[in-house]
Write a protein that binds this ligand. Structure first.
Ligand code: CDP
Ligand code: CDP
Length: 223
């Protein structure tokens, strides 16, 4: 079987990581969650009290940061040096600050190099915001996954409740809308659909239906 590159982009809560994980397992491909990389840098910057809009300082931080992604049973695990930060990068504090870090050119340039290296041999499902447009412009399959903001917020809300976390639906929806706006309006590599990406609105689709649709798309490419 050909080892292709699959790029999944879209706004928060569209189902990218859930779908990418299942698709990668099905195809025996590697799954890379690029959002986790931006989140890990945000965590480190917050811990070091850096100014999150100071691209130069963040660039310096990244040089000293030994960021590693490894596959795990539940999906991708994230390490800074020996310290596992898989859970620590999911706090509200990181979530609400990550778009500031992600709009710094110094940060993006370095991460794009690392992401391309991870994908160079194919056999990869990579999710993010700029995978089809910037990171892997030649990916054999690009999908832009979305859903209404109301649906995306309620998905996240259900997920928080299931995890035993506090969750307030109206503020969650406002936070998601604000993060999408920041991600879409930034100058460097904004969130947008690649011209050759397939648009998939999953508002009315459950996880199995989305995975089935993507499997069909992959089969179409592999034929
Ligand atoms: O899982 P969720 O959709 O909440 O977000 P994520 O995929 O973990 O990404 C967190 C943030 O990282 C996004 O809101 C973007 O600001 C940034 N990001 C990015 O700029 N480019 C990427 N390729 C991936 C994430
Ligand atoms: O990675 P992204 O932010 O795009 O979304 P996710 O973390 O994969 O999905 C957010 C939540 O929505 C998860 O709890 C998924 O189980 C759920 N989901 C859903 O209910 N229906 C879908 N079609 C896709 C995801």
């Amino acid at each position: 079987m050909k080892n292709i590159q699959i790029a999944l982009d879209g706004p928060a809560g569209a189902g990218k990581s859930t779908i990418a994980k299942q698709l990668a397992a099905q195809l025996d491909y590697v799954y890379i969650d690029t959002g986790a990389m931006y989140r890990a840098i945000t965590l480190a910057a917050l811990e070091q009290n850096l100014n999150l809009e100071d691209g130069q300082a963040l660039g310096e931080l990244m040089k000293s940061l030994d960021l590693r992604l490894t596959p795990g049973d539940q999906g991708q695990r994230v390490f800074i040096g020996e310290r596992e930060v898989t859970e620590a990068i999911r706090t509200n504090e990181v979530t609400n600050n990550v778009s500031f870090v992600a709009r710094q050119a110094e940060v993006r340039t370095a991460l794009v190099v690392a992401q391309r290296k991870l994908a160079e041999r194919g056999g990869i499902v990579m999710d993010g915001r700029d995978i089809g447009t910037v990171v892997l412009p030649n990916a054999e399959l690009k999908v832009f996954l979305t859903a209404s903001v109301e649906e995306r917020a309620s998905r996240r809300h259900r997920e928080n409740i299931a995890r035993g976390m506090d969750s307030d639906l109206p503020s969650l929806q406002a936070d998601i809308a604000l993060r999408d706006k920041r991600d879409s309006e930034r100058t460097v590599s904004p969130l947008k659909q690649a011209e050759d990406a397939i648009y998939l609105d999953t508002t009315e689709m459950n996880i199995d239906q989305v995975v089935t649709r993507l499997t069909e798309l992959v089969e179409g490419v592999l034929q």
